[in-house]
Design a protein around this ligand. Structure first.
Ligand code: URA
Length: 213
């Protein structure tokens, strides 16, 4: 597929509100009977930094907003450590918009390939309508949704440029919660390297788009 076609969805919406309403009104999606809330996004729709996660968990399902449970609290701390305000500088969404039902006694499970594929066109429409300069893909499911590939340990920290946007896979904050070591080369240490690089790119892009004096 040519890279310029990567974000083209078969159905295009004329505004962010239209796509959000379409997602809220979905009746034929594979997770229609899952969760109790449709969980789409939070943050500033004018932000130049978009973060895409996996799927809502228990807290997100209750509150109707992505990344508000323990992983979200860690994500906010990581953003703040790199001088991003999670409410003003960032828009946050997910790869699927309802909490996948749990199995093996767990509260929720990872989304299936079929679920990721179903919601992908809506994710692409959110990308098109938010029009971010930088996109962070947290974990393998977000990489599968947007880049159509996985392998987070090799993909993380690498920039890909698509249609004028800079995309970087980063570890999912839940993975960091399970791996709390801060030793050199630990997931947390690598995340710190990655978010500093994101800050550097964000500032370089902001500078390069400033009007000439
Ligand atoms: N993990 C995600 O990927 N998204 C959420 O909204 C919450 C946890």
């Amino acid at each position: 597929m040519p890279q310029s076609d990567l974000f083209s969805a078969s159905r295009q919406y004329s505004s962010l509100e239209d796509v959000l309403n379409a997602i809220r009104g979905m009746k034929d999606d594979p997770l229609v009977n899952a969760g109790t809330n449709v969980v789409i996004s939070r943050g500033n729709p004018n932000a130049k930094l978009l973060i895409i996660g996996e799927a809502p968990g228990t807290q997100e399902n209750i509150q109707g907003k992505p990344f508000v449970g323990p992983a979200g609290q860690l994500l906010d701390k990581i953003l703040q450590a790199a001088n991003f305000d999670p409410e003003k500088d960032v828009y946050i969404t997910n790869s699927v918009f309802r909490m996948p039902p749990g199995d093996d006694g767990k509260a929720f499970r990872k989304p299936t390939d079929q679920e990721v594929e179903y919601y992908r066109p809506f994710v692409f429409e959110i990308i098109r309508l938010i029009d971010p300069r930088v996109i962070l893909l947290t974990g393998n499911v977000a990489c599968q949704s947007v880049l159509k590939k996985t392998g987070i340990t090799t993909l993380r920290g690498q920039w890909t440029q698509i249609e004028g946007r800079w995309l970087m896979p980063i570890f999912h904050p839940s993975y960091l919660l399970r791996n709390p070591s801060r030793e050199p080369h630990s997931p947390k240490a690598l995340m710190w390297d990655d978010i500093r690089e994101v800050r550097r790119k964000y500032e370089a892009l902001t500078i390069s788009t400033s009007p000439l004096p």
